[in-house]
Design a protein around this ligand. Sequence first.
Ligand SMILES: [Zn+2]
Length: 424
Amino acid sequence: MDVDDHAEELASDLGVDKEEVAEGLRNLVEYSVPMEEAKQSLRRKYGGDSGGGSSTPTSADLADVSPDSGNVTVTATLLTVGKRSIRYNGDDHVIFEGELADETGKLSYTAWEDFGLSAGDVVQIGNAGVREYEGYPELNFGESSTVTTVDQTLDVPYDVGGEASLAELDSGDRGVALDVRVVEVERKTIDGRDGETEILSGVLGDESARLPFTAWEPTPALEEEGASVHIENAYVREFRGVPEVNISEFSVVAPREAAVEVGGPTRMTVREAVSGGGAYDVELVGNVIEVRDGSGLIQRCPECGRVIQKGQCRTHGQVDGEDDLRVKAILDDGTGTTTVVLDRETTEDVYGGTLEDALDAAREAMDQEVVADDIRESVVGKEYEVRGHLSVDEYGANLEAVRFRESAGDPAERAHALLTEVSA
Ligand SMILES: [Zn+2]
């Protein structure tokens, strides 16, 4: 075979212009690059097989697949198949994604074409690419790949179908199936990628946990608070530090006959909640050791709602601030600390007065700090049961409280009550 023959074969493999390939080959061969290596180099350049020293993809165990594997051929059981529409190079494109497994391990995948994938199928995927996604290898297959169903059973140590409880969900999960109850729901208008659009936003619950959800198309079955539903093909992404269930146009939502019981908040230590990177609907018990600056009577920017200092918003400059009340308290349970943020309503409870009362007190003292001082005096040193949503960012842990109440009774009494409960 001469250079032209090699060029022709390579060009048809890669789907690029033959003359261009021939020129590239000639250049390399002129510099004494061996023909096979020259072809390999052009494959890499045109995004074909990116290595491995052979033009045919190697068969691989999933445990051995890494972003350096080049293109591979794998045989695996499809654990989950999620369908989603993404905008790619300005066009809407439907992709399929989920997890697949063989006897050695499991991987996430994205299929850029509709191969008729179905959870539970055993398939051989030929010429799949491997890319790194959030630190892990991920299989990608599309036009230049082949997918064939294999009449074979693989002994994979994972469940097929994506059935999960809310507590098991992690950001990045796809093709998830859930039995849940709609705990809260509201219709919202957002600025979507195609202009204004209506979505549903709320909270789902099951026995294991509660999590926020977004439905990108209003679905009647989800719009009724208290309704129990079965959801197929949802995906999970991180929103404000906690997993959020996403329900797309491809998800299937059906009313469920049997009611789903919703459990209470999960009791955790601060260390557990923080080490998980955030937790939705948790209950922490600890002592308030400090009420931070920026608590009590504050002013917010009417444009963005952020707290302002001396009438200055960092984004909107000089503004006419709106009065509000909040508390930022530090809670310590012996395993760690988190900032607990109380909204106006809860702050009014703790303060024992309304926003109007706080404004009166500040006017009388000619110092708005008197409100924070009052709150400090009443909460610091006491033990509280705090329920809410904990998120972690670069500045530390924050718990947005939905309930904040002083622990009942004295500690000895409570220990006794707990022992009785355990032995009952
Ligand atoms: Zn502002």
